[in-house]
Design a binder for this molecule. Structure first.
Ligand code: UFG
Length: 380
């Protein structure tokens, strides 16, 4: 029987891609999400195109009674939760400056409550969504996991505090096994075009903004600064394909299922890409123009940051394999096929597109049930 994993925040942008990767790898995910920034229809779409049943529980990760009920239910059903992938959290830097207590409550308090519920039910395997934001304005590039941490905003502080909680609980309980994943900049979408990023408001991040400009929904991109000390003056980041990131979670879970202790690891490609280079790549791949204007620097931005991705390769055997062109092509396919996000009725994916997009990966087989999927997504 497939190993059952609880994915908190599993209806969000990263979460639904993690679900697809988990099913592909043979795991049985169950989702807990309060839908504050996720979409139940996204989970339903993953269930349809993978042919998997993905139980969905609508609820808050701070609700300990609910956590107890879910973990007890799974144990009674003889499908105990073997591990937790904890993605639920707030992630908007500006909002965290305006309302820091909410960030501490959800990101730190939520993690503590989840760990307590796991302890009560004997669940000892944990993968945590952290962020390269913990490095702040990094001094040496590429950034290794040993680089000093110094977040510059409340969001980053909450990620670092949660990392500290995980370090302390792992030290206190040698049977516990935790992987902290420091994400760089995930972009793009699943190659099926059925799931992707769906910002509720004006996109705060550069890639969904670019796709909306290309679609004609916004007139132009504002590039925040062209006077940084970078090759073309615009900010440099380590963009990675969201499916590479999702597969990194699978590798991290496989690691914690076998090895006790704490692992903290960067997930990035190791390549720094400027905003202008990203715009140019997107224009080439999509055949659309992306008009832009140079605007003042955005407060709090760093000039350049990219990962040393060596540890993920050495310890997890994981490496990002998709190119910048793949990220642009897959992100653009999602935007084109879903101009209204998940409110757009899903179209069947022509098999040629799916096959080209996945380039021989096993995913192609899991796209077959797409046309006739009929999975239930329900509440416990
Ligand atoms: N940018 C623009 N125009 C925009 C949006 C962004 O030029 O409309 C630029 C930024 O100035 C930066 C680059 O594009 O140079 C990337 O910006 P994003 O907002 O896409 O990503 P960030 O690197 O700022 O933020 C991401 C995550 C945060 C996280 C941070 C650090 O979104 O949650 O990485 O890890 F905190």
């Amino acid at each position: 029987m497939a190993c059952t994993l609880l994915v908190t925040g599993g209806a969000g942008y990263i979460g639904v891609h993690v679900l697809a990767a988990l099913v592909e790898a043979g795991y049985q995910p169950i989702v807990l999400d309060d839908l504050s920034n996720g979409d139940r229809r996204a989970v339903e779409r993953v269930a349809r195109f993978t042919g998997a049943d993905i139980p969905f529980i609508e609820g808050d990760v701070r609700n300990e009674r609910l956590l107890d009920a879910v973990l007890a239910h799974q144990a009674r059903a003889e499908q105990p939760v073997a591990g937790v992938i904890h993605l639920a959290g707030r992630k908007a830097v500006g909002e965290s400056v305006a309302d820091p207590l909410r960030y501490y409550d959800v990101n730190v308090g939520g993690t503590v409550k989840l760990l307590r519920a796991m302890a009560r039910h004997g669940v000892r395997r944990f993968v945590f969504s952290s962020s390269a934001t913990v490095y702040g304005a990094a001094r040496e590039m590429p950034v290794t996991e040993r680089h000093a941490v110094c977040p510059t905003n409340p969001y980053g502080h909450t990620k670092l505090v949660a990392e500290g909680v995980l370090r302390d609980v792992t030290a206190a309980d040698p049977g516990l096994s935790v992987a902290v994943l420091r994400y760089f900049n995930p972009i793009g979408a699943h190659p099926s075009g059925l799931i992707g990023e769906c910002p509720q408001d004006v996109p705060a991040n550069v890639f969904p903004y670019i796709t909306q400009v290309a679609q004609g929904r916004r007139s132009h991109l504002a590039i925040f600064g062209d006077d940084y000390d970078t090759p073309d003056g615009t900010g440099v980041r380590d963009y990675l394909h969201v499916m590479d990131l999702a597969e990194g979670h699978v590798r991290a879970m496989q690691h914690v299922l076998r090895h006790p202790g704490l692992l903290t690891v960067n997930l990035g490609t190791g390549n720094g890409i400027s905003v202008l280079a990203l715009v140019r790549a997107f224009e080439r791949v999509s055949g659309r123009r992306v008009p832009y204007r140079i605007a003042p620097r955005r407060p709090g931005d760093v000039a350049a940051i990219w990962a040393d991705a060596g540890m993920a390769h050495r310890v997890l055997g994981w490496r990002a394999t998709r190119t910048l062109e793949d990220m642009c092509a897959d992100g653009w396919r999602w935007q084109r096929m879903n101009p209204q996000g998940y409110a757009t009725p899903p179209e069947p994916v022509p098999s040629g597109i799916a096959a080209r997009a996945v380039r021989g990966r096993r995913t192609v087989t899991s796209l077959v049930p797409l046309l006739g999927g009929h999975n239930e997504v329900g509440r416990v």
